[in-house]
Design a binder for this molecule. Structure first.
Ligand code: ADP
Ligand code: ASP
Ligand code: MG
Length: 407
């Protein structure tokens, strides 16, 4: 069997944990399997690197940002390779560039375009355990890129897909995917199985347990993922295709996202091309816009509000300011103390009233809804950031998610 395993930052946070991962990896090889291991930077290393940068500049060039961010993973691959060598097993560490993980040019949020398997295959054929640095690649100019926070998951799934691995295991610091973040709601329940589409929504809506792009790739290549803890031997959660007969829950999980900011524009011209101009200009600056609300027209004027990530707020405001005369807005407001809470479930589409139940639960807690958006399998609300945890608890209760047979 060919096994790809990924170990997150907390699983390799210190020497003892690295040695434990080394033993775990070596056990798999000893059973006669070929192993590729993807690792993240140790503990909070990536945050520490960002802090270093903040001591120098508040607008770092993105190319240089990637040069520094990628160093964290380079430390952990070398240490893990050394720990495995101590166990007398054949092993080699490789950076993203050495493997040939080709990405686009979007520094700090690059997408993997292709994985060259030649070097990996050669090392595996020679009997080596191969340790690969997560979260990084190179673009066509041979410059280092990174894949966005949490991107090591995506490296693992991309390698598993490219190598047609038999198993892709994502080792983390919780026992699997839960009905909501188990660090917020202690009664959250571990899911044995979750479908690709629900997992993709949960990840996109803030459940950091998997990087959204990793779920997208797994779905695209039909690669099941086993999300489990590196601290015990418990079985975790399988992320895979689930057909509609198998689905029993209306709501599968609750997610929240604090990396949200809101911008409102008042009295913009009500004529064709205005929304296009606004959102095209934001897209040109690679700013992802999430929810968009345009109010009913009055006096040939509209209000438009939208959300983007908190980290993009400054950039988005400067784009909007430049456009003000062109789109005729009389004013702009912005707010970065907002959060998005969401319920996700493939059964929602055929159960009217689920969204109303969500609004009811939040209303009972006196939580004001600033924006709402829905799709077939999710409903999201923007609320005051300070109320996010209370909202997650309330929704988890309302939909009875702690119990196996919930709504
Ligand atoms: P790693 O460093 O292993 O990649 P992450 O911190 O990126 O770990 O992801 C694991 C964390 O995801 C957990 O510690 C947990 O707090 C958080 N999390 C958020 N939502 C969920 C969820 N629905 N199920 C499990 N964990 C979740
Ligand atoms: N080290 C990177 C981060 O902290 C990538 C990862 O851990 O997946 O975001
Ligand atoms: Mg992660």
């Amino acid at each position: 069997m060919l096994v790809v395993q990924k170990y997150g930052g907390s699983s390799v946070a210190d020497a003892e944990r690295i040695r434990r991962v080394a033993r775990r990896v070596n056990d798999v090889r000893a059973e006669g399997h070929r192993v590729v291991v993807v690792v993240s930077a140790m503990g909070d290393t990536t945050d520490d690197l960002i802090n270093l940068v903040e001591g120098i500049t508040d607008s770092p060039p993105e190319r240089e940002m990637d040069v520094i961010l990628s160093t964290g993973e380079q430390v952990s691959i070398a240490l893990l390779a050394m720990a495995i060598k101590e166990l007398k097993a054949p092993v080699i560490s490789l950076t993203g560039a050495q493997v040939g993980i080709l990405t686009d040019n979007a520094h700090t949020k690059a997408r993997i375009l292709n994985v060259n398997t030649a070097r990996l295959q050669k090392e595996l054929d020679e009997g080596n355990i191969v340790i690969v640095a997560g979260f990084q690649g190179i673009n066509e100019r041979n410059d280092i890129t990174t894949l966005g926070r949490g991107g090591s998951d995506t490296t693992a799934v991309a390698l598993a897909a490219a190598l047609k691995a038999d198993l892709c295991e994502i080792y983390t610091d919780v026992d699997g995917v839960y009905t909501t973040d188990p660090r917020i709601v202690s009664e959250a329940r571990k899911l044995d199985v979750v479908s690709y589409d629900e997992m993709l929504e949960l990840a996109n809506l803030g459940a950091v347990v998997l990087h959204p792009r990793s779920v997208e790739l797994a779905m695209q290549y039909g690669m099941p993922l086993h999300v489990r803890s590196s601290f015990n031997l418990n079985l975790g959660t399988i992320v895979r295709e689930v057909d509609s007969m198998e689905r029993s829950l209306v709501v599968t999980g609750v997610a929240y996202d604090l990396n949200v900011a809101k911008i409102g524009l008042y009295d913009v011209f009500d004529k064709p091309g205005i929304a296009y101009k606004l959102f095209k200009s934001l897209a040109d600056e690679k700013i992802n816009v999430d929810m968009i609300i345009q109010s009913a027209t009055r006096d040939e004027r509209n209000d438009i509000s939208f959300t983007c990530s908190r980290s993009d707020l400054k950039k988005a405001l400067s784009v909007v300011q430049d456009l003000l005369p062109e789109i005729g807005a009389s004013g702009v407001t912005s707010k970065d103390s907002v959060a998005k809470v969401s319920i996700v479930g493939a059964g929602m589409v055929s159960n009217p009233g689920v969204a109303a139940m969500m609004f009811e639960a939040l209303a009972e807690e006196g939580i004001n809804l600033e924006m709402i958006s829905t799709s077939e399998i999710k409903t999201s609300c923007v609320i005051e950031a300070a109320e996010a945890e209370k909202a997650v608890h309330t929704l988890h209760n309302k939909f009875n998610l702690a119990n196996e047979k919930s709504l």
